[in-house]
Design a protein around this ligand. Structure first.
Ligand code: IDP
Ligand code: MG
Length: 141
């Protein structure tokens, strides 16, 4: 996974509310290019494994329940310095603390139901991308 790619998920709150198109347009206008995308509903096992790093945290079961509550949209995005650029574009975890113009400020409801996921390192971007996509599914390798 080149370091100009990262993994995002439009979460069930935003996808279910029909905000996927607006969020993708916002990201494209911010210079991100869509490399791979799918629509799916996560099983409890999938959400638990994806967020295994948070196992034991007080919000873990709420997070797994939320992430399995409806369809979501995992995507691989490409931009120079993609991981840091996307973290900046989505804003703080809690939309109340997110900067103006960020995806979470614009589209998130709460700290839990916060519209979008973004990988936090190149290593996790690689792991998370492989969680959802085969290497052959990401265009241009
Ligand atoms: P991040 O998504 O900004 O990287 P993390 O701390 O990695 O934030 O937490 C992962 C996800 O867990 C958050 O996006 C949010 O959906 C959920 N979460 C984090 N903290 C809380 C909380 O205090 N209450 C409820 N849900 C939370
Ligand atoms: Mg995180």
């Amino acid at each position: 996974m080149p370091s100009n790619r990262t993994l995002t998920i439009i979460k069930p709150d935003a996808f279910g509310a029909g905000k996927a198109g607006k969020i993708i347009a916002h990201l494209e206008q911010g210079g991100f290019r869509l490399v791979a995308a799918r629509v799916m509903q996560l099983s409890g096992a999938q959400a638990g494994e994806f967020y295994a790093i948070h196992k034991g945290r007080p919000f873990y079961s709420e997070l797994v329940e939320f992430m399995t509550s409806g369809e979501c949209m995992p995507m691989i995005l490409e931009k120079d310095g993609a991981v840091a650029a996307l973290r900046e574009a989505i804003g703080a975890t809690d939309p109340a603390e997110a900067d103006a113009g960020t995806v979470r400020k614009l589209y998130a409801e709460s700290k839990g139901r916060n519209a979008i996921h973004a990988s936090d390192s190149d290593e996790n971007a690689e792991r998370e991308s492989r969680f959802f996509f085969a290497e052959s599914e990401a265009i241009r390798g």
